[in-house]
Design a protein around this ligand. Structure first.
Ligand SMILES: *Cc1c(COP(=O)(O)O)cnc(C)c1O
Length: 227
């Protein structure tokens, strides 16, 4: 098992490097960052992932992440934890205390509360604005038509350190047009970071300029449903 997870990481890292090379992107300042999405994975697999040297992880639930990572933080001081799932305002304080990057800023009320918490805790975390590129009613994220104003609001009115945009394309559509749209929105707002691409499409996302990819099952295998 140990071998399989470190093998998977090496394989994903190699695929990332290959896309960068094949697309003539070697001028990039750095390779896209691999965020290992550890949600709903058993502890043994996380341990194996840590043992293989991976330090950047993504979680989509605050409580689950607290249980798993609070004690590991003491042991691994170079961890970087990304919150990649919808955040309720009543969990904002816990999220600011635990995570290093908040990828899911998507509404004014949340932006304000996050900003106040960061001030209170003196933890000014980099943030991503999540965009609902497919305008799906059930999905989180700012609508594309509201992105520019929302980014301005987060930066100027709330003082959040917005570094980039994040999206989860609709499952049943070509991801490429969503990646292209996100890139365009980031560019016109002078945002350097793009969090896009998962196990099934991270190579394509990188070709469209992803600076970080969020990969779960390609590293850990299928998630346990009961967790
Ligand atoms: C679960 C999840 C991922 C990882 O998905 P895989 O298909 O397992 O790679 C990436 N991003 C978000 C926001 C997720 O919730």
């Amino acid at each position: 098992m140990l071998q399989s997870i470190s093998k998977n990481i090496i394989s994903v890292e190699n695929r990332i490097k290959n896309v960068v090379t094949q697309n003539g992107m070697l001028h990039r300042v750095s390779y896209p960052k691999l965020i290992a999405v550890s949600k709903k994975q058993p502890e043994e697999k996380i341990d194996e992932c840590l043992a293989s040297g991976q330090r950047v992880f993504g979680e989509n639930r605050v409580q689950e992440a607290q249980k798993r990572w609070k004690h590991l933080r003491a042991e691994y001081q170079d961890l970087t934890l990304h919150l990649i799932g919808p955040l309720q305002t009543n969990k904002a304080a816990d999220a600011v205390a635990l995570f290093d990057v908040i990828e899911v800023v998507d509404r004014a009320k949340l932006a304000k509360i996050l900003a106040a918490e960061m001030e209170r805790q003196n933890r000014h975390l980099p943030c991503f604005v999540q965009v609902n590129t497919g305008e799906e009613p059930q999905k989180a994220g700012v609508m594309p038509g509201e992105v520019d104003e929302f980014i301005r609001f987060c930066r100027e009115d709330c003082g959040l350190d917005v570094v980039g945009l994040m999206c989860i394309p609709p499952a049943d559509e070509e991801a490429a047009m969503h990646f292209a749209l996100l890139r365009e929105m980031a560019k016109r707002n002078d945002l350097p970071e793009l969090s896009m691409g998962m196990s099934s499409d991270f190579e394509e996302a990188i070709a469209f300029g992803a600076t970080s990819v969020r990969v779960g099952s390609a590293i850990f295998g299928a998630r346990e449903q009961h967790l």
